[in-house]
Design a protein around this ligand. Structure first.
Ligand code: PBG
Length: 340
């Protein structure tokens, strides 16, 4: 193309855009960094860790790179998290099948695996926050989050157990209780149970908008509830077609005393995250679930995409959608990247 033509086109563009050229700021790494709107930081990360009884670690096959760790391995993870500036570690137990029953009674054993792990971490790494789920699925022989009567999940009877489970976990060292069960009224009841036990400082991060999702599959492998799960969780977890309902759930949980709320899964629910963070002003977290982790790892493992780049892009998207932070199995990996 002749120089004259290029100049003519340039003038035309100039006229059309009154001199504004969006690419001007994109021309160098320094100028892109200068005008970047969203920043992912180590402080945004919550690291979910699986714990097993016994020595040594066991791989979770559907989550390459993730292991079920021993208690000592979890203490190691807590040290690593502290050194990387990750504020919270979240504990999920693999309960031996012999300890699972219809009512999930092992959840109320103050010496169960998760409680022993929380105590060990508190003693060795007191600077780190510990989060524990309130839900019965790691402990029930049917794999559901609550008590059952035939095919039905009993709401109020389950809440009563969750109240006791929360107090036991908080007494063992959990700083944050994460009700992930989706029973109605559980946040208020857990709050009052904690207060009555003198645990006023224990925080609640409510899994408020938790959807019945295909993206939990590998997690259920990790905690060993997949093979046992009878049916699905659609009578308590939300229908993925709904967003107004997520707002009502979140408003309710906040009214009941939730300090923080969560949207889960994350990637397919960025609109929900965005809606909640625009309409409510309470710290709101997103859970990048096991299935999301597995998708990226599978594609990266096959060389079909650049895993590290995809992880950064997705986690930044969570922040862009309004997340205060993200529960992600990539936490230590991404924290190392962010620290250079
Ligand atoms: C259980 C629980 C689940 C997850 C966190 N807590 C699974 C489920 O509800 O079946 C999923 C986490 C993940 O997939 O990474 N209450």
């Amino acid at each position: 193309m002749a120089a004259r033509d290029v100049n003519a086109i340039s003038r035309q563009i100039q006229d059309a855009t009154s001199g504004l050229r969006m690419r001007r700021l994109r021309q160098a790494d320094w100028s892109r960094r200068l005008v970047r709107e969203t920043h992912l930081r180590c402080e945004d990360l919550i690291w979910p860790v699986f714990v097993r009884d016994g020595n040594g670690a066991e791989p979770v096959v559907s989550m390459p790179g993730v292991e079920r760790r021993s208690i000592e391995g979890c203490v190691e993870a807590a040290r690593e998290a502290r050194d990387l500036g990750i504020p919270v570690i979240s504990l999920f137990p693999y309960t031996d099948p012999s300890l699972r029953d219809e009512t999930g009674s092992e959840a109320l054993n103050p010496n169960n695996l998760v409680c022993r792990t929380a105590r060990a971490i508190k003693a060795a790494v007191p600077e780190i926050g510990i989060m524990c789920d309130a839900a019965l699925d790691p402990y029930t022989s049917h794999g559901h989050d609550g008590l059952m009567d035939g095919e039905r999940i009993l709401n109020d009877a389950t809440v009563e157990v969750l109240m006791r489970q929360s107090v036991i976990q908080a007494e063992a060292g959990a700083d944050i209780i994460g009700p992930s069960d989706m029973m109605d009224g559980r946040v208020a009841c857990i709050r009052s149970a904690l207060d009555d036990a003198g645990l006023r400082d224990t925080m609640i991060m409510a899994y408020s908008a938790k959807y019945a999702s295909a993206f939990y599959g590998p997690f259920r492998d990790a905690v060993g509830s997949n093979a046992m799960l009878k049916g699905d969780k659609r009578t308590y977890q939300m229908d993925y077609a709904n967003v107004d309902e997520a707002l009502r759930e979140a408003v309710q949980d906040i009214a009941e005393g939730a300090d923080m709320i969560m949207v889960k899964p994350g990637l397919a629910y960025l609109d929900v995250l965005s809606r909640l963070t625009q309409e409510l002003n309470v710290p709101t977290f997103a859970y990048q679930t096991s299935g999301e982790y597995a998708m990226i790892m599978a594609a990266a493992g096959n060389g079909w995409l650049d895993g590290d780049a995809a992880i950064l892009e997705v986690l930044t998207a969570y922040k862009r959608a309004g997340a205060s932070g993200i529960l992600t199995y990539f936490s230590p990996k991404i924290a190392r990247t962010l620290r250079g």
